[in-house]
Design a protein around this ligand. Sequence first.
Ligand code: ACO
Ligand SMILES: O=CC(=O)O
Ligand code: MG
Length: 571
Amino acid sequence: MSAVISPLSWIPAPQESTGPVRLAESASAAGQDQLLTPAARAFLAELQRRFESARQACLARRIARQADFDAGRLLDFRDDTRAIREGDWQVAPLPAALLDRRVEITGPVDPKMVINALNSGANCFMADFEDSTSPTWTNLVAGQRALREAVAGTLEFTAPPARDGTAGKNYTLKPFAGQAVLLVRPRGWHLDEKHLLIDDKPISASLFDLGLFAFHNAHALAAKDRGPYFYLPKLESMEEAQLWDDVLAHIEQVLGLAAGQIKVTVLIETLPAVFEMDEILHALRRRIAGLNCGRWDYIFSYLKIVRAHPDKVLPERGQVTMTQPFLRMYSELLIHTCHRRGAHAMGGMAAQIPISGDTVASVDANHAAMAKVRADKLREVVAGHDGTWVAHPALIPIARTVFDERMPTPHQHHVLRGDVQAFSERQLRDRLLAPPLGTVTRAGFDNNVEVCVRYLAAWLDGSGCVPIHGLMEDAATAEIARAQLWQWLHCRDHALAQGVTDAEPLRLDDGTPIDFTLLERAFIALPARLGDRTQLPGGSRLNEAIGMLDRLCQADTLEDFLTVPAYLRLD
Ligand SMILES: CC(=O)SCCNC(=O)CCNC(=O)[C@H](O)C(C)(C)COP(=O)(O)OP(=O)(O)OC[C@H]1O[C@@H](n2cnc3c(N)ncnc32)[C@H](O)[C@@H]1OP(=O)(O)O
Ligand SMILES: O=CC(=O)O
Ligand SMILES: [Mg+2]
């Protein structure tokens, strides 16, 4: 292949050790000392000192890029990496455990979920420290402990006794051969972990989650012919992928693992990343097993990146489905890119979960929800995806049946999507950026407010994933609701800033202007929608959540991530 730029050339030097490595005074969770041993702390401190400047450089690049987008520039494929896109190369062969990934279950890392997911019959389980976990210190420590015991094969859980005194159910793991293959998703590059201080500064949350898991489990996994396997979230560029590769190569070296033993799957869930999929695969080519369509964060990222482009405002989130052309293009380009390079093209998550109840209405609602999941999985397998995600064990048979019927082979790398290849980069870009047509209804507006408030309250109370009106809501889905509210409310400001002197507010489909009066009305109507607060997850934190959402909506600038200000209120 002809000359390729060196992605490392801009990365700053590691920091010298300057201070102590210690737990914050607020860090108090059962079992933390068995996890954060002196050796584990030293290992994490070295990671932080070695890679923190590079992480900060990546984050600074995100800010600079956003300033460009706000000034009117639109995303495009990179000129400086054309040689990578046009080159003829493949990723390293996939390990046997990651060849057939047709059904992957995902979920938070509490012990019961971990056991249920590993026993669920899915091919893989993504244990999630990210979108579906509220990163309280208790949750993080309990999650790392649960995963360590799961890898050791000793994890057990007993549910608390019922109110009538009946003993709680006991959960144990199936034999290893029947378990789902474990993948772990650390938090993204933008987050800090405030409970472990290195040189008096919080450690990167990504390095904490991934490093601690690798430190404790890499050898036990290697002994079972598994590497530590990870899902990497919210990357925005090949430089961020390169940073991960450097971190992982370093971990392999320090822990004495074979080079390339650690495997990763990267979520393509930001708009910038979709323009650098070849580059991301290339940066991680020694260890990447696939890319995944993280549709919810992708929609959120689309909103964020084009926030200042009034012609690209998305309709309410219920109308932004994967059959919309701009999202179909994203999934098909991902399939084409992965298969050309010998990597898996994983599908994503349908938000519907089973609806319980035996009334006619709930049975019908459940039937409709399951039909939507089935249709989503069918779209994915027909498009060429090699596997998919489910949020709940009851969805595994639906996804499996669809994939078994349409994908007789362990994967379908042979589906090359020549139709996608036929597009020029200009055509691809236009299709990826074209927003769908649609509307904003009063119901859609009010639903966004309710979901944000309920999710935020639950998150502040330690639950990172909750069912709301029959849908799974996690950090990514709630972020869409939050960012949409802000964008709709500030759309006129952006048009005015661009010189449209007679710009009007965006309007609901019935003509009502979307303004702060409408937001206030939604807040006033909220108590009636919420019903008995004591029955809701995080019920005692609803007022705090309302205050936060109000502030986030009123602010002149869109907060990058809801979880960043919310984290200041956690623990
Ligand atoms: C955008 C993205 O990032 S998607 C990825 C992140 N999101 C996720 O991973 C979603 C994970 N799913 C969940 O957390 C849950 O399914 C929820 C919160 C949506 C619903 O959970 P619940 O209200 O407990 O569902 P429900 O009561 O129907 O659960 C029935 C059983 O299935 C188990 N279960 C539900 N979801 C899962 C899961 N994802 N993994 C393992 N077990 C699960 C429950 O623990 C419960 O077990 P039990 O019978 O032994 O008590
Ligand atoms: O992480 C997955 C997503 O859809 O976001
Ligand atoms: Mg996500």
